[in-house]
Design a protein around this ligand. Structure first.
Ligand code: NAI
Length: 345
């Protein structure tokens, strides 16, 4: 029997995973709390912990899980910057869901862009109050504008296609450009200088942390629209706020925020927000914040549940071999055992 502790679960998680539970064969323990050093003991009787983007899976948590016999950390998301995969090596196997619906995230990015530049959020509030004035709602055409896409993986490339559909001129930067993709790659500096709209679709790594900082904003066009549906840490939010106050940044649409872990995904409407920076950003008329919502479609939730359960089953049923296992050696041509169809360890 496989017992799985799900951390940071919401009603929509329970709904999408429920149909995979089989008493005596695969059993679930849904926990609302996030995984941290203080809550890790709740998984003591479980073979697997299933975690999401804001759970903390650092060296101390991994050591405690390992000591209590947990075999697998199954991420029910794509990004894994919150897991110390190097520390987990030779202790606990880690899997993720590499793609569940890149369309969900790319389409949400497009929704944010259109909402922002056509002032749909303002118009919605006005007409609900029977205010039919158009004053202050002037937008601009996307057709003919230049969009700079940073990161042309699964999500970035769908966003590229969406932008092309609008008749936009697409330029891109990627540390590993996709050969034969027909994408016009430029240097990061050139992208900053030429783009009317900049959209982030690369992972958060030491290299990409705060890639949008004061120096980068300085290089951008006046009025640039910045979209981030990737990871909050890609943007230095203080520098972004300064750019907005200086009227350099024309608009920002943020589905992610560096300090989101203790704020997003919960109803905090009755509370005073203790994050001055986020409060100030939200107060700006040209900033739209969504609460890490880009992934949230029916299709994505179903795919996440299916792939996560398949990852767990394949690990236990195929002698520890799981296609979506992550380890710090993965992708390293000389060391990657998975590429040779072997167990990571
Ligand atoms: P992917 O792995 O298919 O693509 C990432 C791309 O970034 C690759 O082309 C890679 O070469 C590129 N890249 C790596 N290092 C880079 C660097 N230093 N500079 C520029 N580009 C670099 O990933 P996918 O599926 O497209 O996801 C992208 C990101 O979207 C994820 O890392 C995740 O953080 C975020 N995401 C956000 C969601 C949300 O709900 N807001 C949901 C799913 C993913």
């Amino acid at each position: 029997m496989i017992k799985i502790a799900f951390f940071d679960t919401k009603e929509y998680d329970k709904a999408s995973f429920a149909r995979y539970e089989k008493p005596g064969e695969i059993e679930f323990k849904f926990l609302e709390t996030k995984l941290t050093e203080d809550t890790v003991e709740l998984a003591n009787d479980c073979d697997v912990v299933c975690v999401f983007v804001n759970d903390t899976v650092n060296d101390k948590v991994i050591d405690k899980l390992y000591a209590s016999g947990t075999k697998m950390i199954a991420l029910r998301c794509a990004g894994y910057n919150n897991v110390d995969v190097q520390h987990a090596y030779r202790k606990i196997h880690v899997s993720h869901v590499p793609a569940y619906s890149p369309y969900a995230v790319a389409e949400h990015t497009a929704a944010l862009l259109l909402t922002s530049i056509r002032r749909i959020h303002k118009a919605y509030n006005r007409t609900r109050d029977f205010n039919f004035s158009l004053s202050g709602l002037t937008g601009f055409d996307l057709h003919g504008k230049t969009v700079g896409v940073i990161g042309t993986g699964k999500i970035g490339r769908i966003f590229v296609d969406i932008c092309r559909g609008f008749g936009m001129n697409v330029i891109a930067y990627d540390a590993y450009p996709a050969a034969d993709s027909g994408i016009n790659y430029v240097t990061l500096d050139e992208l900053f200088e030429r783009s009317d709209i900049i959209s982030l679709h690369c992972p958060l790594t030491e290299e990409t942390k705060h890639m949008i900082n004061a120096a980068a904003i300085e290089k951008m066009k006046k009025g640039v629209v910045i979209l981030n549906t990737s990871r909050g840490g890609l943007i230095d939010a203080e520098a972004l706020l300064e750019g907005i106050k200086a009227r350099k940044v024309g608009a920002a649409c943020l589905d992610v925020y560096e300090e989101e872990a203790d704020i997003f995904f919960e109803d905090r409407s009755g509370h005073i927000l203790n994050d001055e920076l986020l409060s100030r950003l939200i107060s700006m008329p040209n900033v739209i914040v969504t609460s890490h919502q880009a992934f949230l479609t029916e299709e994505a939730l179903n795919n996440i549940a299916e792939t996560t359960i398949n990852n767990i089953r394949s690990y236990f049923e195929n002698d520890g071999i799981c296609d979506n296992e992550l380890c710090y050696r993965c992708g390293n041509i000389e060391n990657c055992k998975k590429a040779r169809k072997e167990r990571c360890f």
